[in-house]
Design a protein around this ligand. Structure first.
Ligand SMILES: [Fe+2]
Length: 442
């Protein structure tokens, strides 16, 4: 039994794991309860998929391996911040119970609650073997370092967001098990939220926005089945999730996001519906770089972004005062100044305070896959770049103080950081292109 992720809903934890038991062989469930307290049993649902769900080769041919049975259970009515233990069970038809080892997690804070809250964010991690035997081209050299640093700091992390390019199975399905085995110490202890990237989803003629072969024929099915997300339609892979004082709006760049699409409506709804007095820290995430990147590839395209990204969305980020936008896809680290329409609205700094001015965009796709080169030109909005493996940690101390840290995977040390100090009245204040209507009547 192998846990692929636990994820967070409102005072609820969702546990997803894989086993070899079909529903005709055993009944899956979770035994859980507050540490040292009464135990409860929660039922689990079972999903799987077959070869015919794969869209092409190698997933449908030499890469196919049956994924087993994927069980999801919802642990409900949690007490905020309480410690819980749980174990996975299967009741065989002859009554025998098969148990996993025991795991634990801390329930989420009540939404809007003022307390210390820490979130790790990265993209493009993949997996690797300690003896180097896994990949024929050693594609994810930093992956084990990133995993190790997060496990080492796990007591000081409340949640992880992996924004796409999850494991690079690319149609060789057994590699999903390698990945979930690698991240299980993390994904069984804190909510492990994922986004979807080109290596999960893209396949010609299947509705992906890009018609390339990057998913190796998986066309999104393994990712959306093995990893539970609180999306209305898991195949579409965009969703909102809250943690204490944070709201995360997670987009899906492998489907169209432009104005008039279903996804654009979701993004605006997610950004506009947050109560900033409760959740002051508004974060937008997506796999491809919809904002700004000075990597050599985007420079050669002449766009410094995924084409049609910021043109479609920058007015929303500005109007709804998105603090930070994160992307993967480009395998390196980059932080912009607070930027709007490619202009720095304020100078880049290690400390921002007062009213919101513009969104800071961050590329954090260097969690494992082979690194992406930057342009050699000087780009005005690009404040800090690092050609290395790493990840970001956000620490909300309270409603008015947020710390951003970029850490290298090789040593876990901080190489870039800044803080934001902002009161609620500062959020209500407006700047360019985000002023609400007022009336002269009184
Ligand atoms: Fe990617």
């Amino acid at each position: 039994m192998e846990i692929s992720n636990i994820i967070l809903l409102l005072l609820q934890m969702t546990v997803t794991w894989t086993s070899g038991y079909d529903i005709t062989e055993a009944v899956p469930f979770v035994e859980w309860g507050e540490k040292g307290g009464r135990r409860f049993l929660a039922p689990a649902g079972t999903l799987t998929f077959d070869k015919n769900s794969m869209c092409g080769a190698p997933a449908r041919t030499v890469g196919w391996r049956h994924p087993g049975y994927i069980h999801t259970s919802y642990l409900k009515d949690l007490w905020p911040d309480s410690l819980y233990t749980y174990r996975l069970g299967h009741r065989l038809m002859n009554g025998t119970r098969i148990w996993s080892k025991s795991y634990s997690f801390k329930a989420s804070p009540y939404p809007g609650q003022d307390s210390l809250q820490r979130v790790v964010i990265f993209g493009d991690m993949g997996k690797a073997e300690a003896d180097g035997s896994n990949e024929f081209n050693n594609f994810q050299p930093g992956s084990l370092n990133t995993t190790y640093q997060i496990i080492r700091d796990l007591e000081n992390i409340d949640m992880v967001v992996h924004i796409g390019d999850i494991c690079y199975a690319n149609g060789y399905l057994s590699q999903w098990d390698q990945f979930t085995a690698q991240v299980e110490p993390i994904a069984s202890t804190v909510p492990y939220m994922i986004g979807s990237g080109n290596h999960e989803r893209d396949w010609p003629g299947t509705g992906s926005f890009y018609g390339n072969l990057d998913s190796g024929g998986e066309c999104g099915v393994p990712a959306q089945t093995m990893f539970y997300t609180p999306a209305e339609n898991r195949a579409k892979f965009w969703y909102a999730t809250d943690y204490g004082m944070f709201r995360f709006c997670i987009a899906h760049t492998e489907e169209d996001w432009r104005p008039g699409t279903e996804q654009y409506k979701f993004i605006e709804q997610c950004l506009s519906s947050v109560d900033r007095q409760k959740q002051p820290w508004l974060i937008f995430l997506a796999h491809r770089v919809l904002g700004y990147s000075s990597c050599a590839y985007y420079e050669s395209e002449g766009t410094f972004e995924e084409p049609m990204g910021r043109e479609a969305l920058q007015e929303l980020w500005q109007k709804y005062k998105v603090d930070l936008a994160f992307y993967g896809h480009v395998h390196s680290y980059e932080r912009t100044c607070p930027v709007y329409q490619s202009q720095c609205i304020v100078n880049a700094s290690n400390h921002y305070s007062g009213p919101f001015q513009a969104t800071t965009h961050v590329v954090v796709g260097g969690a494992g896959a082979s690194l992406s080169e930057f342009t050699t030109s000087k780009i005005q909005w690009s404040h800090f770049t690092d050609f290395d493996h790493g990840f970001v940690k956000l620490t909300a101390f309270n409603h008015s103080s947020l710390l951003f840290e970029y850490k290298k995977s090789r040593d876990g040390n901080v190489y870039d950081h800044f803080t934001i100090s902002r009161d609620y009245r500062d959020i209500l204040a407006c700047s360019i292109d985000n002023c609400p209507r007022t009336t002269l009547a009184s």
